[in-house]
Every structure is written in C-alpha cells, then in structure tokens.
Design a protein. Structure first.
Length: 152
C-alpha cells in the first residue's frame, strides 16, 4: 500500500529503525515490521500514534492526491475511531468501578442476596449495551482500511 510505503519512507528520513519504532509504540520489532509490510492490520489508534512519532501533521503527507470527499470521509472515520476508543476506555473504567463497589459490598457483608442479583443483572445489562455499541462502531475501523485500499 502506498500509505505503508510512505510511513516506511518517513521513518527512514527521521532516522528511526524498525526496532526504535517498535520501542516507541511498545510492540515487538517483528510486530512493527508486519505493520509496514501490511501483514498486521494498522488500527486507527496505532496509525495516529505513528503519525505523532514521525511528526506527520497532515494525512496529505501519507495519502496520494484524492478528491475532497474521500479525504473528508477518512477524517470522519479517524475522528469517530478516536472517539470510539475513548468510549470503550471510559466504559471499561466504569465497569471496573461497578465491580469494585460490588466486591466491597460482598466483602463487608453489606448486601443481601436479592440486591446482589439485581446489581449483577444491572452490570450484565450495562455490558450488553456497551458490547453492542462497540460492535456497531466496528464498521468505522473496517471502513478506513477500505478507503485506504480504494486510494491505493
């Protein structure tokens, strides 16, 4: 893909080895190599982190000249993906707090069986809703890859 070649070229211009990039991304060198080769899927979060590390301020540096509609769609997907990761992180933190509070109530014996069942049902319903929302966001990650492949 053109985008991956340009990422590799930018990395070399900056004087970074694949090993250095892997360290900065907190992944293995073979894992980073597979990203550049297109073997591993480049997630939106990882793409944005690579852009930050390589000091890429504009996607135009990586993408070939395309019409404004495709550029706007890519920016929309990147923004939605970033927001989706924030939502997933926030939901995971909230779920953890709910479970921690429930564990404390159980430890101190400050909860009756029916209340425990109600709280567990609430957590189960919450996680079900969060899971469906996360699944609905999945199309955005796939659509970025499809857009980039269309450009290539």
């Amino acid at each position: 893909m053109i985008v991956l070649k340009k990422i590799r070229d930018k990395r070399k211009v900056r004087g970074f080895s694949q090993k250095k990039m892997a360290e900065l991304l907190n992944i293995s060198q073979p894992g980073y190599q597979k990203i550049e080769q297109g073997t591993n899927v480049l997630s939106i979060e990882r793409f944005l982190e690579i852009c930050r590390i390589l000091e890429i301020d504009s996607y135009n540096e990586l993408l070939p000249a395309v019409n404004a509609e495709i550029v706007a769609e890519i920016e929309k997907v990147l923004l939605a993906g970033s927001m989706a990761f924030d939502n997933i992180r926030n939901n995971a933190n909230y779920s953890r707090r709910l479970l921690d509070e429930l564990i404390e109530k159980i430890k101190i014996g400050n909860i009756e069986k029916e209340a425990l069942i109600d709280e567990l049902r609430f957590i189960d319903n919450y996680l079900s809703i969060v899971g469906k929302d996360s699944f609905n966001q999945e199309y955005q990650f796939n659509s970025l890859r499809q857009l980039l492949e269309k450009i290539d």
